[in-house]
Design a protein around this ligand. Structure first.
Ligand SMILES: *[C@@H]1O[C@H](CO)[C@@H](O)[C@H](O)[C@H]1NC(C)=O
Ligand SMILES: *[C@@H]1O[C@H](CO)[C@@H](O)[C@H](O)[C@H]1NC(C)=O
Length: 260
């Protein structure tokens, strides 16, 4: 009986795979067909610059737009595509909705090293603590329902605008937190969802911490069978609920709780 069930199961899996090869699925604009194992359907995805040629791009680069699988134009794909004044450090910021934009980090300020003194420093560094604001849950939900960007002057500006409505603006505003530059990586959301760490309170603030990877911050809601659900806003999208999986960019293993 067990063997029979196993055979039936294997044949179903095999049939599923054969049916979903996507060979006959046609795509326009030089996109390529692939199979989404979760939605169980074929989709077209962007592979290279040629997928943007129909868009009349104002920018020279083209990249995969993570959540909808489509291509979008960007100012850059890597740091080397950005040009900054002498001394400044070019950075290609990968905002999942806002596209890829160039940013110039100011030149490091050279300071003269003060002479050594035997005096002890008068201020002590405050220890890092987990940023906690799940009690702000209702306020987060209200912002999603209102579908209006949350702005906070403590957050960075959205590139090319005068709006402080980046992903971290949502977190800073709801949690009355310090700016992202003072955040450190806490617990891994992947480990939490794999039950390797204790359960995480819904609406705990989380962020990615990969310096050159796709950046996103927001509020953890719940683990699900494919990853987890979070609330976030980006420069171009008002607060909304999104699913993070191993296939989205950023993906599940990029997210951590925040220490500040
Ligand atoms: C926000 O934080 C600042 C500084 O940490 C504090 O002075 C202020 O009272 C806080 N505001 C609220 C509403 O908690
Ligand atoms: C997220 O995934 C769940 C299934 O796990 C689905 O029911 C839900 O509609 C998805 N939400 C979004 C915003 O895509």
């Amino acid at each position: 009986m067990i063997v029979y069930c196993l055979l039936v199961f294997l044949s179903l899996v095999a049939a599923d795979h054969d049916d979903n090869s996507c060979h006959d699925y046609s795509c326009t604009n030089n996109n390529v067909a692939a199979f989404d194992p979760f939605r169980k359907e074929c989709y077209c995805h962007c592979v290279d610059e040629s997928s943007c040629s129909h868009l009349n791009c104002p920018h020279p680069y083209c990249s995969h737009f993570w959540i909808f699988y489509k291509c979008q134009c960007g100012e850059c794909n890597t740091d080397s595509h950005c040009h900054c004044a002498g001394g400044e450090t070019p950075r290609c910021i990968k905002d999942v909705f806002g596209g890829h934009q160039c940013h110039c980090d100011p030149a490091p300020v050279t300071t003269t090293i003060p002479p050594k003194t035997t005096q002890k420093p008068t201020t002590t560094q405050k220890p890092l603590v987990k940023l906690e604001c799940h009690h702000r849950k209702i306020s987060v939900i209200e912002s999603i329902a209102e579908n209006l960007h949350v702005e906070d002057g403590r957050a960075e500006l959205c590139p090319g605008t005068t709006k402080h409505q980046t992903p971290e603006a949502f977190v800073i505003n709801k949690c009355n937190s310090t700016a992202k530059s003072s955040w450190s990586q806490g617990l891994s959301i992947k480990a939490i969802c794999d039950n390797k760490l204790p359960h995480l309170e819904a609406y705990t603030p989380i962020s990615t911490f990969t310096p050159n990877g796709e950046y996103l911050a927001g509020f953890f809601i719940a683990c699900n069978d494919r990853g987890f659900k979070m609330a976030a806003q980006t420069c171009t999208e008002a607060p909304m609920i999104i699913n993070i999986t191993d296939f989205t960019r950023p993906h599940v293993s990029d997210f951590y709780t925040i220490l500040s």
